[in-house]
Design a protein around this ligand. Structure first.
Ligand code: CP
Ligand code: NVA
Length: 305
């Protein structure tokens, strides 16, 4: 059966653990995997800018022996120059897998209906699952098992937050989220996560007070107040989110050895201060580096396992 990597909600505990194990082992012993995708071709089709995700999948493919073709947003112009169904069928004739970054999650779902090759979600408005594989790997490296930790996400209930919710609810972690009113994660996602939590013992808590959410946290995570595609709301959001900033004062409520994470790109002085992102608790650039191992694990998982 063809394997897609579109949302963590479609993955079991064992499958996510397998991906994490693969990422870890590929990081430690890259030479053992260098021919695994020999002769394969990977399409990288992005509707939005990217530094980390593009690099992780481009280099990841290369280091596994595959080559890749990157399509700029302008040259394909999904759904405008050409129908999504026609792009999906055309690319399926050339490539072995396609890594897709889209504005709308529906574009990925539509693409998947017509694609005969595996699809990787490289970020949509709803989810960012490849990011979260790297994030959990990072948390495990610094802090050990998820179910013994208090992890707190401060900010927008966005794509990164949604994928964190699925990961924690399936893996059985404790995730606390504090967002301004009107910007909490979607109820559908919380309900779905609630079903996973019944099996995993995970807990997803939505807390109004940032301080309460941060108290005694082992891990603090934040993301931009304004995601790509929502730029017209930027000024309004700066005002709504101003009290949802990870700064030294907020950090002082967390455990002394708490780590700070951010998927990047960061907006210094908005969701995170210079002193925190450049401070000794910050692991953001190691987190960014782990994107490479997560990307390699995902490519190997969909094409070889
Ligand atoms: N974190 C992340 O996905 O970064 P890019 O948008 O640069 O790929
Ligand atoms: N939530 C952000 C993540 C960027 C990696 C966005 O969608 O722009």
């Amino acid at each position: 059966m063809m394997r897609n990597f579109i949302s963590l909600n479609n993955f079991t505990l064992n499958e996510i653990n397998k991906l994490l194990y693969l990422a870890d082992i590929i990081k430690k012993k890259p030479q053992e995997f260098e021919d695994d995708l020999k002769g394969k071709h990977i399409g990288l089709l992005f509707e939005k800018p990217s530094l980390r995700t593009k690099t992780a999948f481009y280099l990841g493919a290369l280091e596994l022996g595959a080559d890749s073709v990157y399509y700029t947003p302008e040259e394909v112009n999904l759904g405008v120059r050409e129908e999504i169904c026609d792009v999906a069928r055309t690319i399926s004739g050339y490539m072995d897998a396609v890594v897709l970054r889209t504005f709308s999650h529906d574009t990925i779902l539509e693409f998947s209906k017509y694609s005969s090759i595996p699809i990787v979600n490289a970020l949509s408005d709803l989810f960012h699952p490849s990011q979260i594989i790297a994030d959990i790997l990072t948390i495990q490296e610094y802090k050990g098992e998820l179910n013994k930790l208090k992890v707190t996400y401060i900010g927008d209930g966005n794509n990164v937050c949604n994928s964190l919710i699925y990961a924690f609810s399936i893996l059985g972690g404790n995730l606390n989220i504090s967002s301004p009113e009107g910007y909490t994660p979607l109820n559908d996602i919380l309900e779905e996560a609630g079903k996973h939590c019944k099996y995993s013992g995970g807990e997803i808590n939505i807390t109004k007070s940032c301080i309460e959410a941060v108290e005694n946290a082992d891990v603090l995570y934040t993301d931009t107040w304004t995601s790509m595609g929502r730029e017209d709301e930027e000024e309004k959001r700066k005002n709504v989110f101003k009290d949802f900033q990870i700064n030294d004062k907020l950090l002082s409520y967390a455990k002394k050895d708490c780590i700070v994470m951010h998927c990047l790109p960061a907006h210094r002085g908005e969701e995170i201060t210079d002193s925190v992102i450049d401070g000794k608790r910050s692991v953001v650039f190691l987190q960014a580096k782990n994107r490479l191992y997560a990307a390699k694990a995902i490519l190997r998982y969909i094409l070889v396992e």
